[in-house]
Design a protein. Sequence first.
Length: 117
Amino acid sequence: QVQLVESGGGLVQAGGSLRLSCVASGLTFSINRMGWFRQAPGKEREFVASIGSAVTYYADCLKGRFTISRDNAKNTVYLQMNSLKSEDTAVYFCAAAPPGASDYSNWGQGTQVTVSS
């Protein structure tokens, strides 16, 4: 079955950086659109970034600080997060959407990112 496993979360001071990784298995990784989402306590899950074969999208408020990338040889998608702020504190999830699908059908279990001010 499809598995998405995130890692790289942790506690970081405001202004610091983290790189999240998500390793996928059980799917043809290279043809899936991959996305990162996050959910802060008491808030709804929100879109962070996505990457197809070459095109990337970002939440407007995160442009310039976060960078999504992928390594198809390693079945891995990354999220580089710089200049972190306390409001970036959330559980970060990666997700996969098969070709042509509008929705993400597979999700990881999430990794906690805590930014201390």
